[in-house]
Design a protein around this ligand. Structure first.
Ligand SMILES: C[S@@+](CC[C@H](N)C(=O)[O-])C[C@H]1O[C@@H](n2cnc3c(N)ncnc32)[C@H](O)[C@@H]1O
Ligand code: SF4
Length: 253
């Protein structure tokens, strides 16, 4: 019988334990412990010894919003992506976007990344079977490390991070993109100080309440960041749920 307590240390332990269903619940006996029945979950144990077997593969994590928006984003991206491009994704999160785009575009090469190393196993779980996706890596928009790319794609990051992340993203993209390379930014935006939808204004308020350094960004401020590093906005695509795909290119000079 398997342990009904997923967080228990016993799952990762080489100890011999036996699970016994009994009156009032499930009981655990372990040959390494003197107690007859151990309370579960076991979170600390002096007799713990790591099991030699491979750990269970990490589970895919699913964000409902990414399930909804991945198809419209791909429809907007696909005709604008250069053939055989190397796509560097910043802030991959769960990895759903990379997996969806890479499966649909087998001729392109994808490098998923995220600032949070804890996201990498989940991204790996989504992308491991795709031959055109490299293993996920840690990349913080503020500090890098940046990898050479023809396309940089970043969704839903700059509004839930300090402004320094947007600055770092433009600086990093300008530095790593090949001449003629493209920066795609997806998410909610303000346009010339105005919210195009009340829902985006409410979202901005809720973000700032959570962290005053966060907030829906204005395209004028983003264009100023781009202009400072040689990136020019060439297109703006309206997508469902009042989101946009903004597109900058690095001059081919
Ligand atoms: C809302 S999730 C978006 C995930 C995915 N791009 C999507 O649209 O479903 C925001 C992600 O940004 C990442 N992130 C936050 N700050 C970052 C930074 N400075 N550099 C890179 N990633 C960052 C977080 O770890 C998180 O995975
Ligand atoms: S030694 Fe401790 S952690 Fe390992 S199975 Fe036994 S009770 Fe669980």
């Amino acid at each position: 019988m398997s342990l009904p307590f997923p967080q228990s240390l016993c799952h990762a332990c080489a100890g011999n334990r036996y699970v016994r269903p009994g009156r009032g619940g499930v009981y655990l006996l372990c040959t390494r412990r003197p107690e007859k029945y151990l309370g579960q979950p076991v979170l600390r144990c002096p007799a713990f010894e790591p099991a030699l077997e491979e750990p269970m593969p990490a589970a895919k994590r699913t964000a409902p919003a990414a399930e909804r928006n991945k198809a419209p984003i791909l429809a907007a991206l696909a005709p604008r992506l250069p053939a055989a491009a190397r796509v560097l994704e910043v802030a991959s999160g769960t990895g759903q976007h990379t997996a969806h785009f890479a499966a649909a575009l087998p001729g392109l090469h994808f490098q998923p990344t995220d600032a949070d190393p804890e996201n990498l196993p989940g991204i790996q779980a989504w992308t491991a079977d795709l031959p055109n996706v490299a293993p996920p890596r840690v990349l913080d928009a503020v500090t890098g490390p940046w990898l050479a790319a023809d396309v940089v794609y970043c969704a839903n990051m700059i509004h839930i991070a300090p402004w320094a992340a947007a600055e770092g993203l433009f600086r990093g993209a300008a530095g790593c993109l090949t001449p003629g390379g493209i920066l795609f930014l997806y998410g909610p935006f303000r346009f010339h100080g105005e919210f195009l939808a009340a829902s985006n204004a409410a979202f901005d308020e809720s973000l700032r309440a959570r962290d005053p350094r966060w907030g829906v960004r204005d395209v004028d401020a983003l264009d100023a960041l781009g202009a400072a590093v040689g990136l020019e906005r060439i297109d703006t695509v309206a997508l469902p749920a009042n989101n946009h795909l903004l597109i900058w290119t690095r001059s081919a000079a």
